[in-house]
Design a protein around this ligand. Structure first.
Ligand code: DMJ
Length: 427
């Protein structure tokens, strides 16, 4: 490593502040900043403050108390869920509900919990299907729901947040509904134990039978394991153990001596694709958390080879030909998250060295006059006008934690949600 970890941690903090100041200057009060046009961006007709809510706990971890104070004031002055808008439940659960809950646990201000409870109640109608699996969209005022075709990730990625909300409010309804949804995905697994990509939540029929660990399935597996750890939930643990066994049997693949996870038919287990991408790079962290360090380390090596190809990772790669099949880089955190977990468990400095490579590429290719931008194409490094809130919640948080003193946060006492919001194990 060219710099000491403490200097790199400081430097990540400086970049966080740089991106936050750009948000402040050009998009204050909005969901996000468009970093090239320097314009604000909102997901819906009214802002739900995605960036400040998602970023808040990273500020606390980094010790950025001035910025945290500004964000907190903005949240209490203007965040309301009594809005005439329809939202995508999954995104609002992981970014806003998760952000408010970790904010409450870290900061202690009960107004965070009140906001979280109000939001949680408005989201509950998503579970009103005959199977208990959620619809994808809900209107925050009327509770009207729509879209019965959903995927395992969006169906299952709520138990950490809703379960914590139940613990903190004493109202079991949130935990119960989110757990039933997760269990129902598992109950609809194929004879060989795999799940597909899209399912009808009213009939329970799979409409896309491709099985993999990438987008649309990814955090379903993550939440089986993490719910087992956060709530000491034996059902989730049993579901995780059966799932990881068959994923390693049918979805894992190898090419040129490297470990990959591709696509397989959920019913036959036959290989249907050899795609791996930026989202799949979360899997080493989950393997490590589940205790499989051998596969975790091997898979992160493959992820690093994917990054090295163009000095920054593509959204999708064909691992047989080692060519990028989707060339964007969305400022995603997953590969950094995995390096953080592997460094935590092994203490091997090579993971911090990897982190330095990631950080340098981010600064070299994605930094703009106003924050950081997506890449439209990792081969040409052409930029695109977007900086998602997860860049603050996850990408910079994991990068910082990779270099910061180990005591900054204890993986033994908290569980990170899929959006990197730390939730306390005992409360
Ligand atoms: C985040 O919003 C979450 O990590 C989600 O689970 C999937 N990916 C994005 C960041 O890439």
């Amino acid at each position: 490593m060219s710099d000491k970890p403490s200097a790199l941690a400081d430097s990540v903090k400086t970049e966080f502040r740089y991106a936050w100041n750009a948000y402040k200057n050009y998009a204050w009060g909005h969901d996000a900043l468009k970093p090239l046009s320097k314009q604000p961006y909102d997901w819906y007709d009214r802002s739900l403050l995605l960036t400040p809510v998602d970023a808040f706990d990273t500020m606390l971890l980094m010790g950025l108390s001035r910025e945290a104070g500004e964000a907190k004031k903005l949240i209490f002055d203007s965040l309301s869920f009594d809005r005439n808008i329809e939202v995508q439940a999954f995104e609002i659960i992981i970014r806003v509900l998760g952000g408010l809950l970790s904010a409450y646990q870290m900061d202690g201000d009960r107004r965070f919990l009140a906001l979280a409870e109000d939001l949680g109640k408005r989201l509950l109608p998503i579970y009103n299907s005959s199977t208990g699996m959620p619809y994808r969209y809900v209107h925050l005022q009327t509770g009207r729901i729509r879209d019965s075709i959903n995927n395992p990730a969006e169906i299952g990625t709520a138990l950490l947040e809703f379960g914590t909300l139940s613990k903190l409010t004493g109202n079991p309804v949130f935990f119960d509904k989110a757990k039933l949804a997760l269990v129902q995905v598992f109950n609809h697994r194929s004879r060989i134990g795999l799940v597909g990509t899209w399912i009808n939540v009213e009939t329970g029929e799979w409409v896309n039978k491709s099985s993999h660990i990438g987008g649309a399935i990814d955090s379903y597996y993550e939440y089986l394991l993490k719910a087992a750890l956060l709530f000491n939930d034996h059902d989730c643990n049993a579901m995780w153990e059966e799932s990881i066994r068959v994923v390693n049997q049918f979805v894992a693949d190898s090419s040129a001596g490297k470990l990959w996870y591709g696509q397989a038919d959920m019913n036959t287990g036959q290989r249907t694709g050899t795609s791996f991408g930026a989202l799949d790079a979360f899997f080493p962290s989950i393997l490590a958390l589940g205790g499989d360090m051998t596969r975790a380390e091997k898979l992160l090596e493959s992820c690093f080879a994917m990054w090295r190809l163009h000095d920054i990772e593509p959204e999708q790669l064909n691992y047989l030909t080692m060519t990028a099949t989707a060339k964007q880089y969305y400022l995603r955190p997953e590969i950094i998250e995995s390096a953080y977990y592997l460094f935590h468990y092994t203490g091997d400095k090579k993971y911090q060295e990897m982190g330095e490579v990631f950080f340098n590429s981010l600064k070299r290719y994605c930094r703009t006059e106003a924050g950081y931008a997506y890449l439209e194409d990792v081969t040409t490094k052409e930029k695109a006008d977007k900086m998602e809130s997860f860049f603050f919640a996850e990408t910079l948080k994991y990068l910082y934690l990779l270099f910061a003193p180990k005591e900054t946060i204890s993986l033994e006492r908290i569980v990170f949600t899929t959006e990197a919001h730390p939730l306390r194990k005992a409360n």
